[in-house]
Design a protein around this ligand. Sequence first.
Ligand SMILES: Nc1ncnc2c1ncn2[C@@H]1O[C@H](COP(=O)(O)OP(=O)(O)OP(=O)(O)O)[C@@H](O)[C@H]1O
Length: 660
Amino acid sequence: MATAIAPEVDKTAHPFDKANLEALLSRRFFYAPAFEIYGGVAGLYDYGPPGSSLQANIISEWRKHFIIQDHMLEVDTTIMTPATVFETSGHVARFADWMVKDTKTGEVLRADHLVKSVLEARLAGNLEARALGGQPEAAKAPALNKRKKKDDQKSVSVKLSDEVVSEYEVTLAKLDDYSGIELGELCRKHEIKNPATGNEVSEPQQFNLMFASSIGPTGQHPGYLRPETAQGHFLNFSRLLEFNNGRIPFASAQIGRSFRNEISPRAGLLRVREFTMAEIEHYVDPEDKRHERFHEVRDLVLSLLDRDTQYAGSTAPQKLSIGDAVEKGLVANETLGYFLVRIYEFLIKIGINPTRLRFRQHMANEMAHYATDCWDAEIHNSYGWIECVGCADRAAYDLTVHSARTGQPLLVRQALKEPIIIEREAPEFNKKVIGKTFGKDAAPILKTVESLDEAGLLKLKGELVQGSAVITVGEGQQFSLTAEMLKIERKTFKQSIREFVPNVIEPSFGIGRILYTLLEHSYWARKDDVDRGVLSLPPLVAPTKVLIVPLSAREEFDPLIREVSSKFRKAGVFARVDDSNTTIGKRYSRNDELGTPFGVTLDFASLQKRTMTLRERDTMVQLIGPIDDVIKVVTELVEGDIDWAEACRRLPVYEGVQAV
Ligand SMILES: Nc1ncnc2c1ncn2[C@@H]1O[C@H](COP(=O)(O)OP(=O)(O)OP(=O)(O)O)[C@@H](O)[C@H]1O
């Protein structure tokens, strides 16, 4: 048997060409602007057949990797949410970005994106100018009036002083940390204007990103489309805990749509107004954030860009094993570290280039006020380093606020191995007297006193000793209590149950951002022809796994096509027949663009000798073998049980005319 060597393919013969990739994605209908024939709406996209399959395959792998392998509890909660939920969670007050307006045209721009694009364009212009030689334009920020109007839309060769370059670099490294006021100051200081018009911009204003709606026909019940899936997990916490037999740690997981009214979405799938998220809420004991499988991942080395490095104005990550990172306190705890590794493994498995993946820690202002640590998985693409997954330790915030608002306990009760004896102040009521004196107000009065903490009870006790005490119930109603109604005494209790609100570690994935970045990482053009694009998607996520190509349209091929299709179907391999009336080369080229990893060709020899050729997308090498052997090899390739080098050892190279 002739053995083929699996050749290395040069995928870097041409520099990455975004326009070519975008043309391919549109031509093959991976996705397209929604409502296109009505002119489209910014930030809304529809996925076509290959895009939908690719997304479904990524999600399917996500379910296997996280839900199945880590035994998570899957939920599917509603998108439409009553306003009170988001008032409680803080989204109504704080889920906002800073926007500025063009003072003449009224065009709206996101403030931090404006600062970023203008400073980056100036730095790029500086590099160009330095390459050409020349004097720095100014010791400080270059005045815009010295520049051409509109010059910040793209880089313009203007040399900057070293001092300005370093100031810009530090500003960019810390960009996510600035408040609205600071962004306004940056615009004034660096004379940042609307690049499209050269006009000044207004002071930054906050814009809430949630889509408001109302529930029911009266319009009296305000609601919002959820901007993340997380709240649906938290509100079901008690049921989930019960489902898990009252034990933590455990995690809930949800895949679903979220909506954000982004200020000016201009980055394709990276910033859209409706998108699919996959979110995990992992509930842990606040006093023990170890993870039972941490030992399995502790030696894996990640690229970590910590907070202090960013404050120092650098964006160079350090390579560190997650074990060391947790030990040094760089990553707050084992559970957070475990998830960083699991996120890494998932992204690599679906085809993200590991050299273009880093984890960046949030800076102080960037992080939600309640979070204790947060790292974003950022993946590099032609738009720069893009957050694709956020991973935060949200502490006990969400469960605490929903519990306080609803009066429902959202906590864990754990039997203590050894009961503990505690001494504390305890109220003893004379319910008869209270009932007689206060009537229907008696119950809320008792509830208010019972909810007082140790300090509150001691204060009340002191006042009662003086004769009477006033307590405030609900919205400010006051009642006077006497020593006849209430005694407060120090008592001893035996506690055999520990009650606590768990902390939540939340990995949150944006599927669209991952999908687009994967397409960029997979795209390259053949050395001999820049227009022959290939998407090297791994078989695991490729929309179609095998293309069946009959060489002739003659009827006598039909039974064989049916047989091969049916055998692939039975093996669980998604195959498509391409019997279009075009050359075999064109058929393969089209499927290279669709990312189809394998092709099998049925020719006249197939009819006579029952053989079939097998073509690999990237190398275009063709092997040949008996039909059943080829199907077996393809099945193993698709399932990841063997690689192409092994396939080349199993089947001889096809020596006939190569169908390229
Ligand atoms: N407008 C959007 N379009 C597509 N994906 C998004 C969008 N907003 C968020 N995501 C995805 O959801 C994930 C979790 O959302 P999160 O709230 O952490 O994002 P974010 O910090 O608001 O993102 P950004 O700062 O880029 O707006 C992100 O990592 C990203 O992958």
